[in-house]
Write a protein that binds this ligand. Structure first.
Ligand SMILES: [Zn+2]
Ligand SMILES: [Zn+2]
Length: 341
């Protein structure tokens, strides 16, 4: 993809109007997920934004990216010389690599306070969310055997990351180190932040070029959910002067405001579609199947959560009602069926 940046051996460099250098380093995160970490350089700061997933290939790619920055751009930077590490949100594909990075870098780690505990005590996060998830899956209409399989898949990530300390917090509106403006954008993740450097916005997983970032119901994790997410999109749309956005995955975004409008329109269409599906009483399992067809492995969980987030948004605002109230009153474990009001 062409744009107002240089590219050498897969590493992009963009120089902002204020003279800050932003390098984008590509990496393999999971078997079917690629993404980027960013290096932000000024005369006095060397900041790594995100750390990769913690899989060996992600660690290899980070080292290779830094080697390209040194060899092809002539910039003397390595992990021991970093001055700070900023984590954009508490998802493992963005912070898992801290396990490796911190062995070589004494730099302080910064995160938003709503995601701090995820880094500091990852097993606690997984186990408590698994409890909420079990309840959600049961109400959604997933069989007990299937629930167990999905939860095992989820909890298998527990071994991927060694909890770490967080030295600094990213506060909304704050100007960190005189160069990074923090915008708190909850929705995709509670502590999701976008980082503004002059006319550039590092959007992490809040805004992506091609796909709409994954949503999950707020009842599982507070400060997530479609309502918060759409509010956070509006917040970013109101920031003036963003000319270029770099996401945590996918291509750079040359029209960030247009992309926000397209994501909003997409979710409103999906909400309409859920209302259509719920002309007849439907469980979340049935709604997920109607929206996404048959899914496999982790895709099943992602589809249920995405459907659940849209159902929750509509239900909370009074566009859906519970159709099997009498049955629920007698048997609390029965799946909820939603019907359009
Ligand atoms: Zn994410
Ligand atoms: Zn991500």
């Amino acid at each position: 993809m062409q744009g107002p940046w240089e590219e050498r051996d897969g590493v992009l460099r963009y120089r902002t109007r204020g003279g800050v250098e932003i390098y984008r380093l590509p990496m393999r995160l999971f078997p079917e997920l690629d993404g980027y970490v960013y290096l932000i350089l000024t005369d006095s700061h060397r900041i790594l934004v995100d750390a990769g997933s913690g899989l060996p290939e992600s660690w290899e790619d980070l080292q290779r990216g830094l080697e390209i920055v040194r060899a092809r751009y002539g910039c003397r930077v390595d992990l021991p010389s970093l001055t700070a590490i900023v984590i954009t949100h508490g998802h493992i594909d963005h912070f898992g690599g801290l396990t490796f990075v911190r062995q070589q870098s004494p730099a302080p780690v910064f995160a938003h306070e709503l995601d701090r505990r995820v880094l500091v005590n990852y097993p606690e996060r997984l186990i408590t969310v698994a409890q909420e998830l079990r309840h959600f899956l049961s109400q959604a209409g997933v069989s007990p055997e299937r629930q167990a399989a999905l939860l095992n898949l989820y909890l298998s990530m527990k071994t991927m990351f060694q909890s770490t300390s967080v030295e600094g917090l990213l506060g909304d509106g704050e100007l960190l180190f005189g160069i990074l403006r923090v915008h708190h954008t909850p929705g995709h993740c509670p502590g999701q932040v976008c980082i503004q450097v002059d006319e550039v916005l590092l959007t992490s997983d809040h805004i992506l070029a091609h796909t709409t970032p994954h949503q999950a119901p707020e009842r599982i994790t507070r400060y997530t959910g479609l309502g918060h997410y759409l509010e956070s999109l509006r917040r970013v749309a109101a920031i003036p002067g963003i000319a270029l956005a770099f996401g945590g995955h996918e291509d750079p975004i040359l029209d960030p405001y247009g992309r926000i409008a397209a994501i909003e329109a997409f979710h409103h269409q999906r909400l309409e579609r859920v209302l259509e599906i719920c002309q007849e009483p439907r469980t979340i399992v049935e709604i997920s199947r109607a929206l996404f067809g048959r899914q496999y492995g982790y895709g099943v969980l992602l589809a249920l959560l995405e459907a659940g987030a849209h159902v929750e948004y509509l239900y909370d605002r009074g566009y859906l009602q519970v159709a099997n109230l009498d049955q629920l009153e007698k048997e609390p474990e029965v799946p909820i069926r939603y019907r359009r009001l």
